[in-house]
Ligand binder design. Structure first.
Ligand SMILES: Nc1ncnc2c1ncn2[C@@H]1O[C@H](COP(=O)(O)OP(=O)(O)OP(=O)(O)O)[C@@H](O)[C@H]1O
Length: 285
């Protein structure tokens, strides 16, 4: 059995076969799918024998009320942003001081597909769906701010792949502001120029993170060397290394990625819609 500490408590994490109960019924926990910075995700079977992905927010020595706030924020975001390309939330509950989200279970994440160039048709289709999802979020004043391959889930991979964006733990409602001044950097591997140089994030920051992701889908490689200290990652971003690499590809899609990776927001695509306008013009579409 695995254990975690929260303050003076010792709380057992769920193990395969464990039964968890919400007001909607009983969930049977299966194998661990994976761990992230903030949570662990398990296979799970719901009250009507449906397969779910059960996300448990890891306490990680944070006070109870902080974890509860994070869980509540993510639950409300997923609940209010219903879209075919956003992972569906079925239930949310607390049991034994741990907080859970019962989510639609997807086949895989984009992370599992990376490491080599994707077929152009697949790259375009996944990018199209991501752009459409970002436009929906931005039209509703939300910036995701944590767009990396582990948060891009995919359903129906063997037929017609459907993107399911997940993990709204970092996301921020802009509330009429254009810029969100952030207290801390959540994930140094997906830094954006405006965060490095001025400490803020905008909706266009999501487009930059998508550019990093599309570079990986197109080439199978990272546009930045992420296995280095934070200062070195920040230097690459501030110097515009990702854009230079995308331009050097000399491909139509490389040019679009380069424009997503512009450092100055006036030169970057202004919206996801604009980026798709260019992508749909590519000859091989
Ligand atoms: N609804 C889901 N269906 C299938 N797999 C999922 C689902 N949600 C998350 N996963 C997988 O579970 C693993 C852990 O997810 P989680 O969101 O906790 O962390 P992460 O995205 O890898 O990283 P981080 O939280 O640090 O951004 C990942 O491999 C992710 O792809």
């Amino acid at each position: 059995m695995s254990w975690s500490t929260t303050g003076s408590f010792l709380i057992p994490f769920p193990i395969p076969g464990a039964h968890l109960t919400s007001s909607r019924g009983t969930y049977v926990v299966g194998q661990l799918i994976g761990d992230g910075q903030y949570g662990s995700v398990y296979e799970c079977v719901g009250p009507f024998d449906q397969p779910y992905a059960l996300k448990m927010l890891r306490p990680a020595n944070k006070p109870y009320h902080v974890v509860k706030e994070e869980w509540s924020r993510e639950m409300h975001r997923l609940d209010s942003f219903r879209h075919p390309n956003i992972v569906y939330i079925h239930d949310a509950f607390e049991e034994n001081y741990l907080f859970y989200l019962a989510l639609e279970r997807c086949d895989t994440s984009l992370r599992a597909l990376l490491g080599h160039p994707l077929q152009p048709a697949l790259l375009v289709e996944l990018s199209r769906q991501l752009l459409m999802t970002l436009q929906y979020l931005h039209d509703n004043g939300l910036v995701h701010a944590d767009l990396h391959a582990g948060n891009v889930l995919i359903s129906q991979l063997d037929r017609a792949p459907i993107v399911k964006l997940t993990d709204f733990g970092v996301a921020q409602q802009l509330d009429g502001n254009r810029r969100w001044y952030r207290p801390q950097v959540a994930n140094p591997k997906i830094l954006v120029p405006e965060l490095v140089t001025a400490g803020y994030t905008t909706a266009q920051s999501d487009l930059y993170q998508l550019g990093l992701l599309m570079f990986q889908m197109h080439t199978g490689q990272n546009a930045i060397d992420v296995n280095v200290p934070y200062e070195e990652v920040a230097r690459q971003i501030a110097e515009g290394t990702p854009r230079q690499k995308a331009e050097a590809l000399g491909t139509g899609i490389g040019n679009i990625i380069a424009k997503l990776l512009r450092r100055r927001d006036t030169y970057r695509y202004l919206s996801a819609r604009d980026a798709w306008e260019d992508m749909r013009q590519l000859r091989w579409l």
